[in-house]
Design a protein around this ligand. Sequence first.
Ligand SMILES: Cc1ncc(C[n+]2csc(CCOP(=O)(O)OP(=O)(O)O)c2C)c(N)n1
Ligand SMILES: [Mg+2]
Length: 572
Amino acid sequence: MGLTRPRKSGTVRGMRQATVAEYVLQRLSALGIDRVFGVPGDYAFSVDNAVEKVEGLDWVGCANELNAAYAADGYARIRGAAILSTTYGVGELSALNGVMGAKAHRVPVFHIVGMPSERIQHLRLITHHNLGDTRYDRFQDISATACCVSAVLTPDNCIDELERVIREALRQSMPAYIVISQVNGLMPVIGTPVEGAPLDTIKRQRSDESELAAAVAAITGKLAAATNPVAVITTMTSRYGVAGKAAALVGKANLPVAVTPNDKGVIDESLPQYIGLYAAQNSRPAGVCDIVEQADLILDIGGVLLTEFNTGLWGAVLDTTRAICIHDNWVRSGTDVYLNVAIEDVIEALTTEVTPRTREPGPTPEALAMVGSGDEPTSSAGFYPRLQRRLRTGDTLLIETGTCMLHLNGMHLPAGVGAEGQGLWGSFGWATPAALGVALAKRSGRTWLVTGDGSHQLTLNELAVMGRYGADPVIFVLNNGIYGIEDVISERGHAYDDLAPVQYHLLPAAFGCQGWLSAKVTTIAELDEILDAIESHDGAAYIEVMIPEAESQPLPREVIDRGYKLQTPKPT
Ligand SMILES: Cc1ncc(C[n+]2csc(CCOP(=O)(O)OP(=O)(O)O)c2C)c(N)n1
Ligand SMILES: [Mg+2]
């Protein structure tokens, strides 16, 4: 079970002028990236080969490009940025859904694509991965749309263009698209290489000093005048590496703080100021709804998105004129907009300026009640409280789209446990490869993945990749045999919501995952036993948990009707 074959030759650093492909990888690895997720291809060989030569980088060969993009997304959520490598046309287009999801969730993924050589292009030769004509640039616009910046690199422009691309991707915290032709990838860069620096030492956005001072004065003034303010923190803060600083701000100000479903896991839920999940009438605990909706000031740190999930299917009664929104590089307070103010600078300055408030104790989120025992069959009611009690400080929980997302978002996370989901983009199947990326990126703590069976079927071939590269997540596949969440929304009983009957617990062995703890559990006693075994098992675990198809769903009938049939938002 070889991780990688021996490198073909020595490392590049310090030996000679690097080739374009080597330089790009070397420069990106200086940010602190140590893996390249991808699928090889002939047009990308200069890049694929360079991975073997650049010091500190290892190749992770994914099962397909979509999985590779999801894995890169997961890796970047932990390390701040990631590299994805695909081949021309067929490869890059397969990755697009994943790259676009990274864009929606503000995750910097450097998508490097190899393309046919300029010699072929100038001779107007017809080659594979194309439409049988001589247009070679037709995929560039498509792939670039999923990114915030792009460049076609040559030996001459490589150094300057790469600096521009890196700076912009980090400034906007979004993916970047880098095209390198097969021939240019092999040529030495021209000019003086840039050494680069680790991501956490880089100032990603700069502020206009007078706008910053005005924004901070406006916010502190409104905070001081407010009677019952509340804060809401979003994942934008973790994308810019300032989630800890945002938590310190609400800690010092002693502001009650909530998160929305799309932002689950962004702060330590054991913080004394943490009151729970805000999702209008679906808030947990229920009292969070009134605290947020009746606050005379909402300090929105990161820019809450008023999606249907974040607003309990548009049930929110949020007066946005009472919100101060700290976006990535601008602040809105009522009708005042402050421009060119970096989120990091705003949070830091506010933390210096704010004075602690006294406040009434708010609702306290509590652990889910333990339900079921012994020979009773496994169910959602029995599963989630048990999962909750096994999570430990330093762990990361991957939340897949589907019924499990509703349960996990409402769950109170233990101290020091983070979570990552894809609620906004919502491409199901994301979480399994993302768990690979997270597990390989984490330096300590466990990676937990909860996925429905339908979601898992899209991307479960990534289990083999986990086994091959020694990733050690703990995976729960909730087997109800259907697309449960869709079955509810679309009314029960449609055959299109039925799934092929996969024997999930047999997959790790079939995929060559050695040393994995694997089981299928049908009773609460079996679940408890396997959870004990996971605690003492040094390595990955993969548990198929049977969930009754007919179990009552978390969405009440009237919510479904309101959300999906009757009440799309009306024009105002
Ligand atoms: C790429 C993509 N295709 C289709 C959907 C629609 N969709 C959302 S959740 C879901 C079913 C999830 O089923 P499963 O993973 O089994 O979870 P369950 O609700 O049964 O627990 C589907 C089909 C989607 N979100 N993304
Ligand atoms: Mg299912």
